[in-house]
Write a protein that binds this ligand. Structure first.
Ligand code: ZN
Length: 263
């Protein structure tokens, strides 16, 4: 499932691939367009984009003229570049030069919106800052007495953190996954936020390549590059990884290495 790192890769991919106005446009699955009209989508895609932007997991494209185009990837959505107008699970296809760009989404929870300025501003107002722009003091206040997982996956507190980033970062810092935000000092909040910045930077560094036409998500059959997520053995102590369910989502953790804040 795409989190901040994967969406940043999609942004960088679009920036390097979508360098000209699209010459051909196919709306393959009309249900992908959640707001706006197909004609608006076609008109925007037929322009050269001016800017590729992202906040958290939200990616949008701005044009010199007219509304913006927002991509919501949800479970399995992504942008893929091929040389063919046909692509498995493609919902929108557009041709740029010799390449075809596809919004591919096997599970079909993703969608696209055509945004006016005020719709864009309203959507962004619901999102907290990216980790690199987050203020530890404010984060601590917003998290309150909630468990860290609930607070950090709340996109209005901090934008872009998902289940995998949470699992990996808590393990790196030796924090028990059930720790509450109020149990961390301001200095610990600073370290926590920096750990998310580092984690997402590493994802982009590892997986971004403009030549490669797609990336694989671990939930769509890609290899698992993570140290704790869906793993059996802790790389630090070689003990067994355990799993608990928080808010309906599985959290993997090492009970020996993650004792800080244990209830
Ligand atoms: Zn361990």
């Amino acid at each position: 499932m795409p989190e901040l790192g994967e969406v940043e890769i999609a942004r960088k991919h679009l920036q390097s691939w979508w360098t000209d106005a699209a010459s051909t446009f196919h709306l393959i699955d009309a249900k992908v367009l959640k707001s706006g009209e197909p004609a608006d989508l076609e008109r925007q895609i037929s322009q050269t984009p001016r800017a590729f932007k992202r906040r958290g997991k939200q990616l949008w494209v701005e044009f010199a003229d007219g509304p913006h185009l927002a991509f919501h990837f949800r479970m399995t959505g992504q942008i893929v570049r091929t040389t063919s107008p046909e692509e498995r699970f493609s919902r929108i296809a557009w041709q740029v030069g010799d390449s075809w760009l596809h919004f591919v989404d096997p599970r079909r929870f993703g969608y696209v919106e055509v945004w006016t300025d005020s719709e864009r501003d309203a959507a962004l107002a619901k999102l907290g800052p990216d980790p690199h722009a987050a203020d530890p003091k404010l984060m601590r206040e917003k998290a309150g007495a909630r468990q860290l997982k609930a607070a950090l996956l709340d996109q209005s507190v901090i934008a872009g953190v998902g289940n995998i980033a949470f699992i990996e970062v808590m393990w790196r810092l030796g924090l028990h996954p059930e720790i509450k935000g109020s149990q961390l000092s301001k200095a610990e909040w600073s370290r926590l936020i920096q750990a998310f910045v580092d984690f997402f930077d590493e994802v982009v560094e590892r997986d971004f390549s403009p030549e490669q036409g797609r990336i694989d998500y671990v939930n769509t059959g890609g290899t698992n590059p993570f140290e704790i997520y869906q793993q059996d053995q802790c790389p630090k102590c070689s003990g067994g990884i355990e799993r608990l369910v928080q808010g309906g989502r599985s959290t993997y953790f090492c009970p020996r290495c993650q004792r800080s804040g244990r209830r």
